[in-house]
Design a protein around this ligand. Sequence first.
Ligand SMILES: Nc1ncnc2c1ncn2[C@@H]1O[C@H](COP(=O)(O)OP(=O)(O)OP(=O)(O)O)[C@@H](O)[C@H]1O
Length: 312
Amino acid sequence: MISLRHLTKQYGTTTAVNDLSLDIAAGKVTGFLGPNGAGKSTTMRMIMGLDRPTSGEARINGKHYAELPYPLREVGALLDARAVHPRRSAHAHLLSLARSNGIPRGRVDQVLDEVGLTAVAGRHAGTFSLGMGQRLGIAAALLGDPHTVIFDEPVNGLDPDGVRWVRSLARSLAAEGRTVFVSSHLMSEMQLTADHLVIIGRGELIADAAVDEVIERSSTRCVVVRSPEPSALASLRDRLADSGFRADADGDGLRVLDASPEQVGDLAHELGVRLHELRDETPSLEEAYLRLSSSSVEYSGAVPADQSREGA
Ligand SMILES: Nc1ncnc2c1ncn2[C@@H]1O[C@H](COP(=O)(O)OP(=O)(O)OP(=O)(O)O)[C@@H](O)[C@H]1O
């Protein structure tokens, strides 16, 4: 378990992390989300003893990182995949980490195999692609067979196969009872990978809940209904309004908020409206996340003209 208590980091006048208190449980994948500059990397760096908190603390299984005699055997992290000497081979890099942490050298070949880098183990890490560098960083994190793993943007630069591999790796590490803490900006991937989510914005906690709960709490339920008969659809819209449902026109259909397909279908049946589609729109983590974090986005781009019209 990772425990944060009043964890705070200030860089000059910037408060990167503000009074974070939460526990990241073992046996689960906990996703760490937040807009650019929200403080995710800073939080992870403080857990790993690479940044000193201004106040508060971070503990791994009850201990500060600095108190761990062989840190890599307790916690492995991928924080910055480029933090490898470029003229060292992947094998030599892992071997030096193993030696300094009392890890048997046989583990080096095991983790190289696990991350799919055996064939290039002798190559200088500086010649690696972004994705290969990520794999090497993950190999280093797994080297000490740690109970806690922290991955900052592990799928950055990976191809679809690699993304899927990281997902199954994270899930299997959690299934073995380990604490798995993963940041990502890919919401669809997080929805598939994580059991639990911690969301921060401007350094402060926005949500700490199960993925389903975050989606449920922050999305609007919506039923999409389509009919080939515009006049019948207009009658259905009036009937829905009479029953207290808000229905917005959407092409040759309606989007009915906070309703179930059964409720909409029954009303359509009463009116004899011919339907070509009736479905519950599955709420996505992306939608929930955007809603939750909208007020915490620090760096946002201009919205293209056609999209801003859509939202109007
Ligand atoms: N070494 C540093 N010196 C000064 N400010 C820093 C330093 N590291 C981070 N910051 C600032 O702290 C804030 C949080 O940054 P951090 O990198 O932790 O965010 P993040 O959530 O990881 O962002 P991203 O998703 O873009 O990687 C930002 O405002 C950043 O500019």
